[in-house]
Design a protein around this ligand. Structure first.
Ligand code: NAG
Ligand code: NAG
Ligand code: NAG
Ligand code: NAG
Length: 442
């Protein structure tokens, strides 16, 4: 990000939040000095592409070479969209600016890694169980006061009792996993993600990197903390697992969390729901009637189920979670010969991409909707960067583990040229570099 983009994002955020009657709370980010250029708050359309064009979305085959069936992208293809494990900063590709510049601040935000489906995205009957007996979901608390007894790490072990006649609810998803939870491949991708980031940033941000200069933040959804544990182990391998070496994960109150985001914002909700009532949105649903009825016939989802039919979100999540975990595409419970084909799954993935592109970039209301519901996190980011530029604040590296809704809103505010649905681990990194001689930041 160039330095002159910074105050414009800050001012944009302030201006748009104030149109919704929201002002910054106790700690407004201050404007940078010498803001002597005009600021354009307008929405600009995304670059036209096959994803923004409903004709190609509906009428083509494949998914533009995107990967949906495994976490590993070959080095020669690194940078390709991989829903299971998006590309991130790592040593092999990282372009380092000239040595006249020194890296003074990094803020990373990314989506969590591979998980089970959410219970709400399950089909009515799910014959294949999802078992997570290979993972300990640690649940314990330990005093942080000196001279008290440390607790023993302990984890939940789900079991079913033959004496308990009640079926788990919802009946859809079977197995010992929490729906959702990060799976074993997701933990492994998280570890590698931590290791890759550290391969770039540990040498660049020197001095006390591993102590009070680093801050990790998660949301209230436990899957982001599950990613944090595995990622930290790749990021700071020396730390070990003893609780005296443990790392605090910053988290905001769940009613107002700006990272997820969870703070109340009826204006944004109304705008997003208006975007999903436009003729354009309705057109993509009516062009997909045939596909929906083929999918419903296999999944057993009733055609009247709104959740599955107002967008492709649920089908996309159901099918992609299966494919990323190398599970076969599902067949009908009643008619084993009737299955979801790869062509149908690909059509779901193309339509899901179109939906994200339209919701977050294509619609003229997208920018306002995103700023309203993500402006607070942007204000926090701008506050961090402003501090660094002014030579204040000790934290050199901040790391946020978030969700697709977080990354989408951020990309919407940055007005990315080509919007995709952010896949697992999808990452945006903000860096501040200082010119060693002039002291200027960028
Ligand atoms: C969408 O794609 C179709 C088929 O390639 C093309 O004929 C049409 O002009 C495109 N529409 C726009 C708005 O670019
Ligand atoms: C897809 O192609 C068919 C056959 O060429 C055409 O009739 C239809 O209008 C196209 N669909 C869209 C959405 O453009
Ligand atoms: C993943 O899908 C691609 C394209 O459909 C295919 O070529 C490849 O063999 C598949 N890989 C795995 C591991 O199934
Ligand atoms: C990821 C996901 O939700 N998978 C389920 C989709 O639906 C099929 C068919 O019912 C299930 O078997 C999958 O577990």
């Amino acid at each position: 990000m160039k330095h002159n983009a910074l105050p414009s994002v800050s001012t944009l955020t302030t201006a748009i939040l104030s149109t919704f009657g929201i002002t910054h709370a106790s700690n407004p980010p201050q404007r940078l000095d010498n803001e002597d250029f005009t600021i354009d708050l307008s929405w600009y359309p995304p670059k036209p592409s096959p994803i923004t064009n409903l004709t190609t979305v509906i009428n083509s085959t494949g998914v533009w070479g995107f990967i949906f069936n495994n976490s590993h992208t070959p080095d020669s293809q690194y940078g390709t969209y991989n829903w299971c494990n998006m590309p991130h900063v790592r040593k092999r590709e990282y372009p380092r600016p000239s040595s006249e510049y020194e890296l003074v601040y990094v803020e990373v935000i990314h989506r969590h890694h591979l998980r089970t489906p959410y219970a709400s995205n399950a089909f009515p009957i799910e014959p294949e169980p999802w078992n997570c007996d290979d993972i300990g979901l640690f649940q314990y608390s330990s005093p942080l006061t000196p001279n008290s007894h440390e607790s023993t790490p302990s984890y939940h072990s789900p079991f079913t009792s033959p004496m308990n006649p009640f079926l788990p609810s919802p009946a859809g998803l079977q197995g010992s996993c929490n729906f959702p939870q990060i799976t074993l491949p997701g933990l492994s991708d998280s570890f590698q993600h931590g290791r890759d980031l550290s391969s770039v940033y540990a040498p660049l941000i020197k001095s006390n990197y591993y102590t009070n200069k680093v801050e990790f933040r998660v949301t209230n959804n436990p899957i982001t903390s599950q990613v944090a544990g595995a990622l930290l182990s790749g990021f700071m391998p020396a730390k070990g697992s003893s609780s005296s070496n443990s790392i605090p994960l910053m988290v905001q109150n769940k009613e107002i969390d700006s990272l997820e985001p969870k703070y109340p914002c009826p204006a944004s909700r109304q705008l997003f729901s208006a975007i999903q009532s436009t003729p354009e949105w309705k057109r993509h649903l009516s062009l997909s009637k045939e596909l929906f009825s083929q999918l419903d016939a296999v999944s057993g989802v009733p055609p009247t189920d709104d959740g599955f039919h107002v967008s492709f979100d649920h089908y996309y999540d159901n099918l992609s979670a299966k494919q990323c975990h190398s599970r076969p595409l599902p067949c009908s419970v009643d008619d084993k010969g009737r299955c979801i084909t790869q062509e149908m799954a690909d059509a779901v993935y193309r339509l899901g991409q179109w939906e994200y592109s339209y919701l977050y970039r294509g619609s003229e209301e997208a920018l306002k909707a995103a700023v309203a519901s993500y402006g607070v996190w942007i204000a926090e980011l701008v506050g961090h960067i402003t501090q660094v530029v002014r030579g204040k604040g000790g934290v050199r590296y901040r790391h946020n583990i978030a969700h697709d809704g977080s990354i989408s809103r951020l990309l919407s505010i940055l007005q990315i040229e080509e919007m995709h649905w952010p896949g697992m681990g999808a990452e945006v990194v903000f860096e501040v570099w200082k010119h060693k001689k002039t002291g200027g930041s960028m």
